[in-house]
Design a protein around this ligand. Structure first.
Ligand SMILES: NC(=O)c1ccc[n+]([C@@H]2O[C@H](COP(=O)([O-])OP(=O)(O)OC[C@H]3O[C@@H](n4cnc5c(N)ncnc54)[C@H](OP(=O)(O)O)[C@@H]3O)[C@@H](O)[C@H]2O)c1
Length: 438
């Protein structure tokens, strides 16, 4: 056997994911050598603080605090960016590509904002920018959307892409914790960051949705066009009401490409899921992505959405893809108009919309009828209802109605003109808190 090819990694960042990458390369060195024919070595590592404690597999002699010297080191073949944040990650990736190096990143925020330009730069330089770890952690979503499903036209994606939010909702359900307790537990276990706002307010999910929509639909999604809601307003009462309806609340990203109108229906928000919905069964910090292709039908990918080794798995598999000549090339992106997903019926709580309202006028009307001050406008409604979240709608709808008209009457209401399957509608009278299917 000839000499194995040696690939030298310049690692930018050595925290949760970076430490995981070092550990993963050590753990599976023999497999990589045997199966990819290469010895992948971490040549240099940039961090902020040299004094910090690192994973035991990290060789302290390789650490420095200057990302430029790592990127520009002529011995470095591949730059792995796992620092996070916009700067200096953005500048570092640009510099690495300009220096003729392939790049692997797990940085969703950067890719959501500048992914298209960075992919164009990589293509112009004849290099690759790989990004499997940026969405759904260890679950191979990017690879499947980009490299596997090419002949299919993907019309619909729907998933749970934020493990922190899913963990919190799961614990509110199964342990009866209130929101703050579940969040504190998630932080204690390392699922949530010290500043969890990006997760809780849905921005992290939006970034991932932007990356997924680009790959699935070849559509560039402008963040401001998507109506985003997080989970920070969800209370134990909401979770209990969902359970009474036989449902679970899940934080869901969803996109449906309408080729005819050139529109993308997009939504990033909590949805009620029923038992026949795969998302209902995704618990804890797991992630899920459902795809619908015109040839293959429906496919689901389930697995760990974060964590040191699962995310390192995505990063290292990207390195192997590079060894095999792989790259992520974005097809020419369409500029589509983005509209909010429309739901057939939904709950609107005084402080927080679970679903999509009927427009600013409706929000104003609700405000006056309910005497509420914070009914938010949350998109569009009506029209061609697709019963996604109240599939087999009659039972949950009836339960909603009874909940509305009983002790929760002051807090919940049913959107007055929602379409149900079979062309029926929910008519609600907010003054008397009664509703009926007509
Ligand atoms: N954690 C996960 O499960 C997960 C999953 C998927 C994707 N990601 C993504 O992976 C990336 C890294 O996440 P993480 O959880 O590993 O973050 P982390 O634990 O905070 O690690 C960040 C690392 O980057 C280093 N760093 C930050 N700024 C730097 C600078 N200016 N120069 C040199 N080094 C710098 C830090 O150095 P010090 O150690 O000295 O502070 C630290 O080692 C993020 O983009 C994140 O969104 C994370």
């Amino acid at each position: 056997m000839g000499m194995a090819r040696v690939v030298r990694i310049g690692l930018l960042g050595c925290g949760v994911v970076g430490g995981g990458v070092v550990a993963a390369l050590e753990q599976n060195r023999a497999a990589l050598l045997a199966r990819a024919g290469a010895e992948v070595v971490v040549h240099r590592i940039a961090v902020r603080d040299l004094a910090k404690e690192r994973h035991e597999a990290v060789d302290a002699a390789r650490l420095c605090t200057d990302w430029r010297s790592v990127v520009n080191d002529p011995a470095v073949d591949v730059v792995v960016e796992v620092m996070g944040g916009l700067e200096p990650a953005h500048a570092a990736i640009q510099a690495a590509l300009a220096a003729g190096k392939d790049v692997v990143t797990a940085n969703k925020e950067l890719l959501a904002r500048h992914g298209e330009a960075l992919q164009a730069l990589a293509a112009a330089k004849g290099r690759a920018l790989m990004c499997e770890g940026s969405v759904l952690g260890g679950v191979p979503a990017v690879h499947n959307l980009h490299s596997y499903f090419v002949a299919n036209r993907i019309g619909h994606i729907r998933g749970i892409v934020n493990g922190t939010n899913n963990y919190i909702l799961s614990r509110m359900e199964d342990a009866g914790l209130d929101f703050a307790e579940a969040l504190a537990e998630a932080q204690r276990l390392g699922y949530a960051e010290a500043d969890p706002a990006m997760d809780l307010e849905g921005r992290d999910a939006l970034y991932k949705f932007q990356i997924l929509a680009r790959l699935a639909f070849d559509v560039d999604v402008v963040a401001d066009d998507v109506d985003v809601a997080g989970i920070s307003d969800v209370t134990q009462a909401d979770v209990q009401l969902a359970a009474q309806l036989g449902c679970r609340l899940r934080h869901v990203v969803e996109g449906r490409w309408d080729a005819e109108s050139g529109r993308l229906w997009a939504s990033v928000r909590p949805q009620l899921t029923t038992q026949d919905d795969p998302l209902y069964h995704v618990t804890g910090a797991d992630n899920f992505l459902g795809l619908e292709g015109d040839l293959v039908g429906r496919i689901g990918l389930l697995g760990p959405g974060a964590g040191a080794l699962p995310t390192a798995s995505a990063v290292v598999e990207d390195i192997v893809q590079l060894l095999q000549g792989g790259s992520v090339r974005l097809r020419a992106l369409r500029r589509a108009s983005v509209a909010a997903v429309r739901y057939p019926a939904f709950l609107v709580r005084r402080r927080f919309p679970f679903g999509v309202a009927a427009g600013p006028e409706a929000a104003l009307a609700w405000r006056s009828i309910l005497g509420a001050t914070q009914v938010k406008y949350a998109g569009m409604a009506g029209g061609d209802a697709e019963a996604w979240w109240i599939r087999g709608c009659d039972a949950p709808a009836a339960a909603v109605l009874s909940a509305v008209s009983s002790d929760l009457a002051g807090e919940f209401a049913v959107y007055p003109a929602a379409n149900l399957p079979g062309g029926r509608r929910v008519a609600a009278d907010f003054r008397t808190h009664t509703a009926a299917v007509v």
